[in-house]
Design a binder for this molecule. Structure first.
Ligand SMILES: [Zn+2]
Length: 197
């Protein structure tokens, strides 16, 4: 019985991104050994996350608050909007400390291969936001992957008629690069040298 639930737990962990069977096993055994220090706090944090974390109704950022910590921050510049694919990209920009505007999280990218169309992404909300709020600039910060570029072109074509300045990151990174893997310096430079479309 014990063995079965242990196996089950290891299997669950091994399905997480970046974890293989071996590391999942190590992790689980560690958690069991360090119940007070690691396992109980983890259970608590997972429960908190499961019950209270939701996408912000304004930008899609994951937070326990709505509006999220970014949308409710009065010190941020509401005239510039950075459109990102996922929460991991938002966090990557936040780590650079060089972006002080607002975000919009798409929740993915267009992909014919995986059957992801515009209706599957947080695009409608982006368009109505752009109509309502006065942005001076929208940075389309999708990945330098094929899907990221397709999404960029799609959004650019939708946004340019609004007359708002649309920019994209200057990529000093190889094609195929995903933003959240970039180091802070590279991402920060790509942001500072962004180009008007
Ligand atoms: Zn928000």
């Amino acid at each position: 019985m014990m063995h079965t639930s242990l196996d089950h737990l290891i299997q669950l962990f091994s399905k997480l991104p970046g974890l293989g069977k071996r590391s999942a096993e190590r992790l689980v055994l560690h958690l069991i050994k360090k119940k007070e220090l690691a396992l109980y706090p983890l259970i608590e944090a997972l429960q908190e996350t499961a019950h209270n974390i939701h996408p912000c109704s304004f930008c899609g950022c994951l937070d326990v608050r709505d509006p999220c910590f970014i949308c409710s921050d009065k010190n941020r510049d509401p005239s510039i909007l950075c459109v990102v694919q996922d929460m991991s990209d938002l966090l990557a920009f936040e780590r650079t400390g060089s972006f002080h505007g607002l975000y919009h999280v798409l929740g993915g990218v267009l992909s014919a291969l995986e059957g992801v169309g515009p209706q599957d992404l947080n695009i409608q909300k982006l368009l109505s936001k752009v109509q309502k709020q006065k942005f001076d600039e929208i940075v389309l910060a999708t990945n330098a992957t094929l899907e990221g570029q397709t999404t960029f072109h799609y959004l650019r074509d939708l946004l340019i008629p609004s007359g708002i300045k649309v920019t994209r990151l200057a990529f000093g990174v190889p094609l195929g690069g995903e933003l959240h893997y970039l180091d802070e310096g590279t991402l920060s430079t790509a942001l500072k040298a962004r180009q008007v479309q």
